[in-house]
Write a protein that binds this ligand. Structure first.
Ligand code: CMC
Length: 431
């Protein structure tokens, strides 16, 4: 008799000989269904062990689609290549937040709402003055974004969608202002206030680079920055987005939740990799040193920064687009001398068995740092630019999480490996 196809999973527990049938939906089983699998009534029930969430879906999401084997990235169904070519950053932010590309009227309202909120309370400047001249920009970003919550106590009311909208708008509006003020603080330059006659990118760049109210915008460089921000805008359940969702699941205000995303992004395995790539290229210094460097990486002494990805195993589509953008930028700024080393490193790595076997390809951060450097950003500022790009993704995912009836406060399980119960030992008796 032919077996009838069924959307279930049959499991036999060989400890007890009992069989179970679990429903399969959307290619997954529910982890809590495993809890019915018990040795006896006192047993807590079967769990899965999945450090780093290698194979666990923590949510259902309609925002970003990635097919890592085929190098596909889409926001709300739209291919990243088309968005990078045709959309503005604010259109993409609207798309991520609302699910559809805006009509002209919707985009006008969205843009005006954001423009209306670009100023930050001047007390923020006092906070910044408390930071040392060499404070890392990402450290300052974590602190000042979290501090915004103290100015908007109503943001705690996360149950009200209208209130959530206002706070999301405020974050979109004030985040570049904070990022630009931090840029100026590091340089000891006076703060340049937002100019609402400029567009989102133009205003951000102006706040960073204008001296004495004068800045000659370079439209090619501004569009290149815009493309980079679009490419970074969302990336489904990455480390920082998971941080925002996880912290946000406690129902804290969005400023605190987003600052946790900034903190996660700071790490060298995540957004901090763009900074680490430049440090690596500096360390290599010369094309002649590349074979020795590759040999060290293969011997397990450090990683080839800007290579490898948890999800992409054929290529990172963002890296392809960024490489193209790099040449547009270098046509304006002159070639970044480190490009030669990067290209050679890429060539050698892509032909090397170690990298081929492990499916390690250049990721989004491999070339972005070279572009940022050519645009005159200091190395320690690169990850801030990534954060400005990723903000719309964090906000869309935060909103989606709060509107999702399946979500509760994030609380993973553990396998306890510590001592069994034992009695307290007075200090004189301790060995
Ligand atoms: N250079 C050398 N070897 C590597 C690298 C690398 N960049 N990445 C992974 N490997 C090796 C790793 O040693 C391991 O080898 P083995 O099986 O012999 O132990 C194997 O490849 C699998 O690595 P993994 O650490 O299990 O892979 P993962 O999915 O946990 O890590 C990653 C993904 C992005 C953290 C990692 O590839 C990495 O550290 N890359 C360098 C940092 C980087 O560029 N990060 C930016 C990621 S893209 C932007 C973003 O997400 O922020």
């Amino acid at each position: 008799m032919a077996l009838m196809a069924k959307d279930t999973l049959s499991i036999t527990d060989n400890r007890t000989g009992k069989s179970y049938e679990l429903p399969i939906a959307e290619g997954t089983i529910k982890a809590v269904d495993l809890r019915n699998i018990k040795v006896d009534d006192d047993d807590f029930g079967l769990m899965t062990y999945d450090p780093a969430f290698m194979n666990t879906a923590a949510c259902r999401s309609a925002i970003t689609f990635i097919d890592g084997d085929r190098g596909i990235l889409r926001y709300r169904g739209y291919p990243i290549e088309q968005l990078a070519e045709k959309a503005t950053f604010l259109e993409v932010a609207y798309l991520l937040a609302e699910g559809e590309l805006p009509t002209q009227a919707q985009l006008d309202k969205w843009t005006n709402d954001i423009k209306y909120h670009t100023y930050v309370h001047t007390n923020i400047i006092k906070f910044l003055e408390g930071f040392r001249y060499d404070a890392h920009p990402m450290g300052m970003m974590v602190g000042t974004v979290a501090a915004l919550s103290t100015f908007y106590p109503a943001a705690k009311n996360i149950a009200d969608p209208a209130n959530r909208y206002v706070q999301r708008i405020r974050l979109m509006a004030k985040f570049p202002t904070l990022a630009a003020f931090i840029f100026r603080h590091s340089r000891g330059l006076p703060y340049e206030f937002p100019r609402n006659d400029l567009d989102y990118i133009g205003n951000y760049v102006n706040m960073m680079f204008s001296i004495g109210g004068l800045h000659k915008p370079n439209k090619v460089l501004q569009r290149a920055l815009e493309i980079l921000l679009i490419l970074h805008a969302d990336h489904e359940q990455n480390c920082s987005t998971s941080a925002v969702r996880s912290v946000g699941s406690s129902h804290v205000d969005p400023y605190s939740a987003v600052s946790s995303g900034v903190a996660a992004l700071y790490g060298p395995l995540h957004g901090g990799a763009n900074e680490a790539v430049l440090e690596m290229l500096d360390e290599i210094g010369d094309k002649k040193q590349i074979p020795a460097f590759i040999a060290k990486v293969k011997a397990g002494e450090g990683r080839l920064m800007g290579f490898g990805h948890r999800v992409y195993k054929s290529y990172d589509p963002r890296a392809k687009l960024i490489k193209k953008t790099a040449y547009d930028v270098f046509a304006e700024t002159g070639l970044n001398p480190k490009l030669e080393i990067a290209l050679e490193l890429e060539r050698i790595a892509l032909e090397d068995e170690y990298f081929i076997k492990r499916k390690l390809y250049p990721n989004v951060d491999f070339y972005s740092g070279l572009i940022y450097q050519a645009m005159s950003y200091p190395t320690d500022y690169f990850t801030v630019l990534f954060a400005v790009g990723r903000l719309p993704g964090w906000l869309a995912q935060w909103e989606e999480m709060l509107s999702d009836k399946d979500q509760k406060i994030a609380r993973p399980r553990q396998i306890y490996t510590g001592p069994a119960a034992r009695d307290f030992v007075p200090i004189v008796a301790r060995k």
